[in-house]
Design a protein around this ligand. Structure first.
Ligand code: SIN
Length: 477
């Protein structure tokens, strides 16, 4: 387990010598401590990245891609070890952690190939004897700030394309889950990514983020996290007109039409809602179910929910681990209390699960019917294992309810009508739409939101635009 930070190829502690503890959310026990760094170390990380930029961007795309691909393969070689570390610091079930390592490595594999396809073009000019040459070049030092819910994949989704495009990076992982990030940094060093190209520091979010926003040498900031913090970063970024990608909060609707395949809808609803104990930006939060199928859906969904096993992520057959901290459990409780107070009915769960010897951070997978737009759960991200259901009469009403949110990250719907499939997909005001699919995430697709869920796309060929500048050369022959 790495417990120091990587700056310019050196493993170092904070200048002050201060550290903070990393705890296992399932047991509440301290795993280790990592450096509490601040602005000075953040600037030094930028010094290193900025100095490494000319050599890194001058390498061939194939050469950069080879190293990025090797990092992905090293992660897969160490999948079990990295998954164990992730479950220890984040709490998710071991199977999900292994899945996340594979998902994280897939971003590196994809970027390692896609970096070779940063094509320019030659545009015929309007004046004779001229040509217009379009080039794509790396933006420069990229700052990466990531959340605790996916401690590895949210890093590699940014790191892979940044490196493939020729950008060195400075990374700050979430305080709750720094160990996965440090383990990835160690592998980056092991596969031969040069010193200064990947720098990872842990510590005070405000001081580190502030130093990067204030530093003109940082040319790109990619952040995954809350809408609230996204707004702060966007204000700070205005001084230096820093390019941003913001993947922020979500509040996904999950529509089930009368003609849906019920088996598929229930299986997808369960997987989509309860992945990572509901602590996922694209988790369904509002189940909007047409009248004719509502009762059957609720009955089957409740059965599926009651089959989910709650426990420590290392336990056999566990599919719901602990929530990340006490505040997360309190938020879930407040949403459930509010829903009950406003007429909702609990059909499954609805309370904490207390397990001997473990922290009091487990919440039963919960199903609430009778959700209304007045309830908190209809508007605010629950970020926990609670599914709330409401009914709708016709397609117009269903789509209106689904779009009634400030967020616009992911939406899901289930129908067997091919015409409706296209109509509803087009009508939903979301960046990601799962049409008869509860698991749309994949490395080759452009992940990202609209409205208060942010902007910018990660994944596929679209992410390469985030780390490259377009330059044209007006060429007199
Ligand atoms: C997220 O919660 O933002 C990431 C989910 C995913 O990549 O599927």
């Amino acid at each position: 387990m790495r417990t120091e930070c990587l700056i310019n190829g050196e493993w170092v502690g904070a200048d002050s010598g201060k550290t903070f503890e990393v705890t296992n959310p399932a047991t509440g026990r301290v795993l280790t401590s990592v450096p509490r760094m601040g602005g000075a170390e953040a600037r030094r990380a930028v010094d290193a990245a900025f100095a490494a930029w000319p050599a890194w961007r001058s390498r061939t795309a194939a050469d950069r891609g080879k190293l990025v691909g090797e990092l992905g393969r090293a992660m897969m070689r160490d999948q079990d070890r990295l998954a164990g570390l992730m479950t220890a610091e984040q709490g998710k079930p071991l199977g999900e952690s292994k899945g996340e390592i594979a998902y994280a490595a897939s971003f590196l594999e994809w970027a390692s190939e896609e970096g070779k396809r940063l094509y320019g073009e030659i545009i015929p000019a309007s004046a004779a004897g001229k040509r217009i040459l379009v080039l794509r070049q790396s933006v420069g030092v990229a700052a990466i700030i990531t959340p605790w819910n996916f401690p590895a994949a949210m890093i590699t989704r940014k790191l892979g394309p940044a490196l493939a495009c020729g950008c060195p990076v400075v990374i700050k992982p979430a305080e709750d889950t720094p160990l996965s990030a440090l383990a990835i940094a160690e592998l980056a060093e092991e596969v031969g990514i040069p010193a200064g190209v990947v720098n990872v520091i842990t510590g005070e979010a405000k001081a580190i983020g502030g130093a990067w926003l204030d530093d003109d040498r940082v040319r790109k900031l990619s952040f995954t996290g809350s809408t609230e913090v996204g707004r702060v970063l966007m204000k700070g970024a205005s001084e230096h007109l820093l390019r941003l990608s913001l993947e922020l909060g979500g509040h996904a609707p999950f529509l089930v039409f009368d003609d849906a395949d019920l088996d598929k809808a229930v299986a997808a609803a369960t997987a989509c809602k309860f992945r990572n104990a509901g602590q996922t930006c694209i988790c369904a939060n509002r189940f909007i179910v047409q009248e004719g199928i509502h009762d059957a859906f609720v009955e089957r969904f409740a059965e599926a929910i009651n089959d989910l096993k709650v426990g420590e992520g290392t336990g056999d057959g566990v599919s719901i681990g602990p929530l990340i901290n006490d505040a997360a459990v309190e938020k879930v409780e407040s949403h459930v209390r509010d829903a009950i107070g406003k007429g909702g009915t609990v059909r499954a769960g609805g309370e904490r699960v207390r397990i001997d010897g473990l922290a009091d951070r487990f919440y039963a997978p919960t199903l609430i019917t009778g959700m209304t737009p007045e309830m908190k759960i209809f508007r605010e991200e629950t970020f926990g294992p609670v599914a709330a259901v409401t009914r709708f009469k016709d397609e117009d009403e269903g789509v209106r309810l689904a779009n009634d949110s400030e967020y616009g990250l992911a939406a899901y719907f289930f129908t067997r009508d091919a015409s409706r499939l296209m109509r509803v997909a087009e009508a939903l005001e979301y960046g990601i739409v799962g049409a008869n699919d509860g698991g749309p995430s994949t490395a080759q697709a452009p992940f990202g939101g609209v409205k208060h869920s942010g902007f910018g796309r990660e994944g596929g060929r679209y992410v390469m635009d985030e780390y490259t500048e377009i330059k044209y050369v007006s060429w007199g022959l």
